[in-house]
Design a protein around this ligand. Structure first.
Ligand SMILES: [Zn+2]
Length: 430
């Protein structure tokens, strides 16, 4: 899409009088891509980007020096499947989307998304792939607010409204058919599929999310191919919610970008996914007392993770954390999913690679953001221990930088710079 000309002007203005150069002294700099650790690195940050990294980089005399000599510095983490504008309302029996839809306006969900986003960043997640259930584009509102620098938060790769056959993931009674909206966008014919994809792009989606098989009239291979080709015109990928084996096989044949959830995946599906390079966004919930534990289901999921790993499937750290647990923030819930990866016996360096490099790749931003690399936006985190040896070191993030601004220092949020940083790009949703 052609960008409006004023953006160029904003880009120029935003560099005028740009902030002071920051020099970070990193005791250990971790590279999850290669599994290596470099000691005593100097990282220079100027105008929100990494400008120099190395052991002998000269610190400019006027630079603000940040001492992370005692820490392990890592690229930021990615949750490849979350819903920041959704926190389930509880009824006495279970958590319910319906109650959320009835009781929470788009406006209140956008505000809630701000809070959830801040806590994600506080737990070290600098990127979140946000896959719908955000009422009427509260996810786009959050992304814009973060990009403008009005509030701190992770980089958002948001889907807008989830597209599905009639009813989406809901099963309303006829008198209450409208409960489906705006959580889901109906698309039952080729014309409606094209229209729904364009509508989401128009209103700020950065990825297209579809319900592959939530209903008996799930999407066919040809219908999914149409989603993929229509989204590709605007450079977007298609993520498919899959809950059956048959749905998974159709999605794989259609060449979908990612399969969300692992319910429908088995050895056969994993082998095909590895062959075709399809992402597995498994969202395996840990087995703990506060998640309505089901040991048999958890063990089945863990076996699935092991099988996918053995088959060299491209895997992404993903949580589907869209609920409230007393005493825990959304970020704390998300990082707690480390339990599932440990239970699957996946080595710590691989888990960190999955949480970083794979995350940027499934978000399709790898060349633009994520790695600690000269020329890229300055996002990084720091922890006390070496996560290559003990992945739980990531549970205690002491320092977070996002877009070259310090968000957290010595374990305490210090986000004031963010509120003075906007507008960065001018006001726009694309
Ligand atoms: Zn989800």
């Amino acid at each position: 899409m052609t960008k409006p000309i004023p953006c160029l002007l904003w880009a120029v203005l935003s560099t005028v009088g740009s902030a002071q150069v920051i020099a970070i002294k990193a005791g250990h700099l971790i590279d999850p891509e290669t599994g290596s650790v470099a000691a005593n690195q100097i990282i220079l940050v100027d105008a929100g980007k990494f400008t120099a990294i190395g052991p002998d980089v000269a610190i400019p005399p006027n630079a603000e020096v940040i001492d992370l000599a005692q820490y392990y510095v890592s690229p930021g983490l990615v949750d490849a499947h979350n819903h920041l504008a959704l926190t389930y309302k509880k009824d006495p029996e279970n958590n319910s989307y319906y109650l959320t839809t009835v009781m929470d306006s788009t406006a209140i969900r956008a505000v809630q998304a701000v809070s959830n986003g801040i806590t994600m960043l506080n737990s070290g997640f600098t990127v979140v792939r946000d896959l719908g259930n955000a009422a009427n584009y509260a996810d786009t509102a959050l992304r814009v607010a973060i990009e403008q620098g009005w509030i701190p938060g992770p980089t958002m790769i948001n889907s807008g409204i989830i597209i599905g056959g009639m009813g989406g993931q809901f099963s309303p009674v006829p008198e209450r058919a409208s409960l489906v909206y705006p959580e889901y966008l109906d698309a039952d014919t080729p014309d409606e599929i094209v229209k729904a994809v364009r509508r989401n792009i128009l209103y700020g989606a950065k990825v297209i999310k579809i319900m592959v098989d939530a209903k008996s009239y799930g999407y066919t291979v040809d219908e999914m191919k149409l989603f993929v080709s229509e989204a590709a015109k605007s450079g977007l990928k298609v993520a498919g919610h899959v809950q059956t084996h048959a749905g998974a096989m159709r999605a794989i044949e259609a060449g979908i970008w990612s399969i969300e959830h692992s319910i429908g995946l088995d050895d056969e599906a994993h082998k095909l996914m590895a062959q075709k390079g399809i992402w597995r966004v498994g969202t395996e919930t840990p087995l703990t007392t506060y998640y309505s534990p089901n040991e048999a289901r958890f063990q089945h999921q863990v076996e699935g993770m092991k099988n996918a790993y053995a088959n060299h499937v491209k895997m992404a750290f993903s949580t589907d954390a869209d609920y409230y647990i007393p005493g825990m923030t959304r970020g704390e819930i998300a990082i707690d999913f480390l339990r599932s990866w440990k239970a699957a016996g996946i080595p710590a360096p691989e888990i960190l690679k999955i949480m970083t490099v794979n995350g940027y790749k499934v978000c399709d931003i790898y060349d633009k953001r994520g790695p600690v690399k000269t020329g890229l936006p300055a996002d990084l985190i720091a922890v006390r221990g070496n996560p290559f040896e003990e992945i739980d070191a990531l549970r205690d993030v002491r320092f977070v930088m996002k877009d070259g601004m310090v968000f957290k220092r010595d374990g305490v949020m210090t986000p004031e710079k963010f509120f003075h940083s906007g507008p960065v790009n001018g006001w726009r949703i694309h």
